[in-house]
Each structure stands twice: as C-alpha cells, then as structure tokens.
Ligand binder design. Structure first.
Ligand code: SF4
Ligand code: SF4
Length: 243
C-alpha cells in the first residue's frame, strides 16, 4: 500500500510533507565543521515494520536526551514524533504510523537562516545546534519544512535519574534531534534505532551512507527508499520504505 500526495498533505497537519520521490544519495558536504567527512550518517525507516501502538523509539529518545514532556501541545518539546495516518479513499484503511525527526538535510534551510550560525552541519552530515550561540529567534523553526524543531519555553530542572551524559537543557533556545551524536561519536547507534531493534521490529536502520557495503546505503541504492518532500531539494538523510 502506498501513500499518495494527498495523504502526505493530510499528515502535514503535523509535519509539512507532500511529494515522495526516489532516493538520491548525496556526497558528504564541504561546508561543515568538525567530525570526519569520511562518514555520512543516515537512516532508513521501514513503516511496514512500524507498529502504530509502539512508542519504543519515542520513549528511548526522551530517556536518552532527557527530553521533557509538557502537557500543552504548543509548548511540548519533541525530538521524534510518531505520526499516525490512514490511506485516504480506502474503506476501512488500516492505521499506519511513521516516526519522524530531524532529517539532517544536506542543504538545511534551518542553518542558512540562522543569523548567528548557531545551527551548523558537521562534516559527517549531522546538523547540530550550538545552544550557547542560539538567541531563540526561531527563524529556523519557520525555515524547517519538516517541523522538526521545538522551542524550549519553560525552565526545566534537572530530574533525578536523567541521563548524565545529556547536556543540561537551556531555556529560550531551539532544540531538535541530534541523531544522538554523543552515541555516534562512541561508535554506538542512535537510541531510537537501538530501541526499535530491541522490539524485534527492525524498522529503523542507521549507518554510513558513504560506505557502499553498509546496510543503510544498500537500501538507499535499491531505489525502494524515498525522501519526504524530495521536491524541495534539501536531500534529507532520513529515508523511508513503504510510503
Ligand atoms: S529536517 Fe529541518 S531541522 Fe533538520 S536539517 Fe532539515 S531543515 Fe534543518
Ligand atoms: S532560534 Fe537559534 S538556532 Fe534557530 S535561527 Fe535563531 S539563533 Fe539560530
């Protein structure tokens, strides 16, 4: 079953999305700082393997990165979301879901609009925010077509039992998924991917798009993988199967 353009426009109530197109794998960028351009980190999410009721990736992300939950939807902070949808025009269509996060675009408009260069891209393709530079203007939130960013509008105390490796949350700045860069730099997988694997579903595959032998680059090369809103030309490094 595939999701047509209108289905993605419906999903767009939560995430701006509409056109899907064959995946294009990009070369490592040249304008990044830090890390090694030998690697280009990316992910494939197979929504055929994603149980709409499963929250393993979402829970793992919140735990790993101490992401707080605010009950007010307009204030809540999300690094990863589970977007639920049904195929339009199909009677009794089953409910499907897709996890969505920052897609670590090759050409990130969030970085281009940042007036203080707080958002930047590493040599390995990971798009990060320097929270000490961020002035909270939120231009990047407007520029991101995937609604991947959140503004921290409330002070959050450090909670007992939180992950000590995660930096203290700063109030008045913008946040988003950083692909668990602290884990990647230790040779580990992002927490969401590890949690998904533990469920047995195996709906998330993470790896080096520059390595032709990696599972992730093999899937991307297979042309079954698609990018959300590929027409925008941002070349997201998160790909989907089954949409
Ligand atoms: S998904 Fe949004 S926040 Fe992430 S790199 Fe692309 S434009 Fe920036
Ligand atoms: S909110 Fe922060 S990261 Fe976003 S554009 Fe403004 S200064 Fe840059």
């Amino acid at each position: 079953m595939s999701v047509d353009r209108r289905d993605f426009l419906k999903i767009g109530a939560v995430m701006a999305a509409g056109t899907i197109a064959p995946a294009i794998s990009g070369a490592a960028g040249q304008d990044e700082e830090g890390a090694s351009s030998k690697n280009l980190w990316g992910m494939v999410i197979d929504i055929n393997k994603c149980d709409p009721e499963c929250t393993a990736c979402y829970d793992a992300c919140r735990k790993e990165n101490n992401v707080p939950h605010f009950p007010e939807p307009e204030l809540d902070i999300h690094w990863i979301r589970k977007i639920k949808f049904k195929q339009r025009g199909v009677p009794n269509a089953e409910e499907r879901s897709m996890p969505a996060m920052c897609f670590h675009c090759e050409h990130p408009p969030c970085a281009h609009v940042c007036p203080v260069a707080a958002t930047f891209k590493r040599a390995d393709g990971i798009v990060l925010i320097d929270k000490h530079r961020c002035i909270g203007c939120r231009y990047c939130m407007v520029a991101c077509p995937y609604k991947a960013r959140s503004f921290v509008s409330k002070h959050v105390e450090h909670q007992p039992g939180e992950n000590p490796e995660s930096p203290i949350r700063m109030h008045g700045v913008v946040e988003k998924c950083d692909l668990c860069v602290h884990r990647i730099d230790q040779g580990k997988q992002p927490a969401c991917v590890e949690a998904c694997k533990k469920t047995g579903g195996g709906g998330m595959v993470f790896g080096d798009l520059n390595d032709p032998k990696s599972e992730v680059s093999g899937i991307v090369r297979s042309s079954r993988a698609t990018q959300i809103r590929a027409d925008l030309g941002l070349n997201p490094r998160v790909f989907y199967l089954g949409v």
